[in-house]
Design a protein around this ligand. Structure first.
Ligand code: HEM
Ligand code: HEM
Length: 131
């Protein structure tokens, strides 16, 4: 398995555990109300746990299912850095830092999704008879 796909899966598990712990902190009633903790939890779970798991598993299995190598390993590596930087930059935005963090982090997270979409489409698309 490519190191990047393994790292995506590991990051997903870390984000999932962290997101769950934040939700439990929120439920305990002792979390500071200046933080939008539910939204941080929601995105650690959806963009962190779910999306990163899909990225890691998808980049590993979809080329194998289609019988072709991944269209670009370099773009997938870039996607890994953008997805993680994006999510991590969004968190201060919901922790009282203001919307600029969300715009920058959200933009990077979205670019990562775009790279994933491009890479997967160019890998699994029909290449004519036999492929
Ligand atoms: C460890 C298990 C989990 C616990 C204890 C938990 C708990 C919570 C709590 C307490 C809230 C806030 C509710 C409120 O607004 O008062 C919440 C919101 C939310 N949770 Fe979870 N949750 C868990 C797992 C998940 C998972 C697996 C996902 C998605 C894959 C998820 C997605 C969301 C979303 C999207 C919100 C709404 C966030 C928002 O309002 O911005 N949660 N959860
Ligand atoms: C590029 C990726 C994403 C960006 C930039 C982003 C950004 C945001 C922002 C800025 C908000 C707050 C909106 C407000 O202030 O009312 C929000 C809310 C939310 N997002 Fe995301 N998000 C992304 C991906 C996702 C994904 C993948 C999911 C679920 C699969 C998700 C689920 C939600 C939910 C449930 C809310 C709360 C809606 C509400 O209760 O008002 N987001 N997102």
């Amino acid at each position: 398995m490519h190191w990047r796909n393994r790292a995506f899966v590991a990051a997903a598990l870390v984000y999932g555990l962290l997101g769950g712990a934040l939700a439990l902190w929120w439920l305990s009633g002792s979390a500071p109300l200046t933080f939008n903790l539910p939204r941080i939890h929601g995105h650690l779970m959806t963009l962190g746990f779910v999306a990163m798991m899909i990225y890691g598993v998808g980049l590993h299995v979809l080329p194998r299912f289609s019988g072709r190598p991944l269209s670009s390993e370099r773009l997938a590596n870039l996607q890994f850095y953008l997805a993680n930087a994006g999510l991590l930059l969004m968190i201060p935005g919901w922790a009282g830092g203001g919307p600029l963090w969300l715009h920058i982090g959200g933009g990077l997270a979205w670019l990562a999704m775009g790279l994933f979409a491009y890479n997967i489409v160019t890998t699994v698309r029909h290449y004519g008879p036999g492929g």
